[in-house]
Design a protein around this ligand. Structure first.
Ligand code: SF4
Length: 447
């Protein structure tokens, strides 16, 4: 078998696409290797969300060029968002790249690689294509958790974002196809699925007949063997009472909700074209906590969006305190060519962005510590996924609210089981506990 090495940058969607590519190529006798020096084909799955991510890719392509000098038969391919956006630049800056293809062409990856090898010339494939559900994956015995794409694309046009250009319009996969994929995963031992979409809570409205994410939750909930359902990423604009009820009523949906806020300032939210205000966001959080009091929230925040003043930034800080996030992902605004924000006046200086980044992370660490502190003494449900990184004598897993828990349970609980663990110690990045002697109702962060 020929050897394939995959390098993945960026989001979970990219990780999922890389798995699908590995699965498809496996059907054509390509075997995965973790060693790039022995590969016959290296595919770099790229991210264009920030300039830094793109720089990393070009630097990696520079390294691979040296490898190709020693092994001229090596095929180098670039896929993902940069392939879709910057095919010309890639060909100019990285002439050793033989193949550039966007997400719509993933289903034809084997054919494209064959073409490069046969014709011995670069191949470029970055046009639109039909929506194809690819379920091929490399074998992974005992895979406990898996991503499942339920929709592709986004039509929101936030002014900082390249996704609508790279992933196209919103298109949902039919529920039956998704349930089939989840059932197959469950049959292979998977216990937790994360339903993926750029705006996952807009799922199903483009289908005939239309459906929604809540209905999909109910279908996936019925799949035997699956213990937990997660989903990401949601847009506050598309959050409906029906979905909130589904989060409350569908038992396997975990109490962890990633709800990007991006900014706490209405002025900035408007310039971002996000479609909601801070007041609306707080209302949604209150409605969700009313329905599911144990819900843990995480969010994405951008600092230094063009025109963001100190007063705007303070409003973002204030939102972190008000919501009390369990987890916050902070990004410094990065100018993305072709997006409206890139040419807005009042770009914020790098040192100001860096300072705000630090202050926001400090505030986020405080709220996160406060939230995890509430778990002390509680008994929580943990999906055991392996042994502790620091002590192989201990088991490790995650709560429904996505906290890492290490506990002494060797011999009493095993990987893949849902264990009831009593939290005895709250550490900065994890929790420690002991296996509870009797099963109890799972509890996360009750108010
Ligand atoms: S909703 Fe998300 S993916 Fe869509 S444009 Fe906005 S930031 Fe980008």
């Amino acid at each position: 078998m020929a050897k394939l090495h995959l390098i993945t940058y960026g989001c979970q969607m990219n990780e999922y696409d890389s798995e699908r590519v590995a699965g498809l190529l496996r059907e054509h006798r390509w075997e995965l290797t973790s060693d790039e020096t022995e590969a016959d084909l290296i595919l770099v799955n790229t991210c264009a969300i920030r300039e830094k991510a793109e720089d990393k890719v070009f630097s990696k392509l520079g390294e691979l060029r040296l490898l190709k000098t020693r092994r001229p038969d090596l095929v180098i391919g670039v896929m993902g968002c940069m392939a879709q956006l910057h095919q010309g630049t890639i060909q100019r800056r990285a002439p050793s790249v033989d193949l550039v293809f966007g997400s719509p062409a993933i289903a034809r990856v084997a054919e494209l690689v064959d073409r490069v090898r046969r014709e011995r010339r670069p191949v470029l494939e970055t046009g639109e294509g039909p929506l194809v559900k690819i379920t091929a994956r490399p074998p992974a015995a005992g895979r406990l958790k898996a991503f499942v794409t339920v929709m592709e694309g986004c039509e929101k046009h936030c002014t900082f974002c390249v996704v609508p250009q790279t992933r196209g319009r919103e298109r949902s996969h039919p529920p039956d196809v998704i349930v089939d994929e989840v059932s197959r995963l469950a049959a292979e031992g998977c216990r937790e699925v994360t339903l993926l979409g750029q705006t996952v809570n807009a799922y199903g409205r483009d289908l005939t007949p239309p459906t929604d994410l809540g209905e999909l939750f109910a279908r996936v909930n019925d799949v035997e063997g699956i213990a937990r359902i997660r989903f990401t990423t949601s847009n506050p604009y598309n959050l409906t009472p029906t979905l909130i009820r589904a989060m409350r009523d569908v038992p396997k949906v975990c109490e962890y909700f990633h709800l990007p806020l991006q900014s706490g300032s209405n002025r900035v939210l408007e310039r971002m074209n996000r479609g909601y205000t801070r007041e609306r966001y707080l209302e949604l959080v209150a409605e969700i906590r009313d329905a599911v009091p144990t819900m843990a929230f995480s969010t994405d925040l951008i600092v230094g969006f063009p025109g963001e003043t100190e007063a705007d930034f303070v409003e973002t800080l204030d939102m972190v305190e008000r919501v009390g996030y369990d987890n916050v992902f902070v990004f410094r605004y990065s100018q993305r060519p072709g997006t409206p924000a890139a040419t807005m006046p009042d770009q914020v200086a790098g040192d100001v962005k860096a300072g705000r980044n630090t202050r926001l992370l400090e505030a986020a660490a405080r709220t996160s510590a406060e939230r995890s502190g509430r778990l002390a003494g509680r008994t929580v449900e943990v999906l055991v996924d392996g042994t502790s990184k620091k002590n192989t004598g201990e088991l490790s897993g995650r709560t429904r609210c996505n906290r890492v828990v290490n506990f002494d349970g060797q011999g009493s609980a095993s990987v893949g089981e849902l264990a009831q663990v009593r939290i005895s110690q709250v550490l900065p990045h994890s929790l420690r506990g002991t296996l509870a002697s009797r099963p109890e109702e799972a509890a996360c962060l009750s108010k």
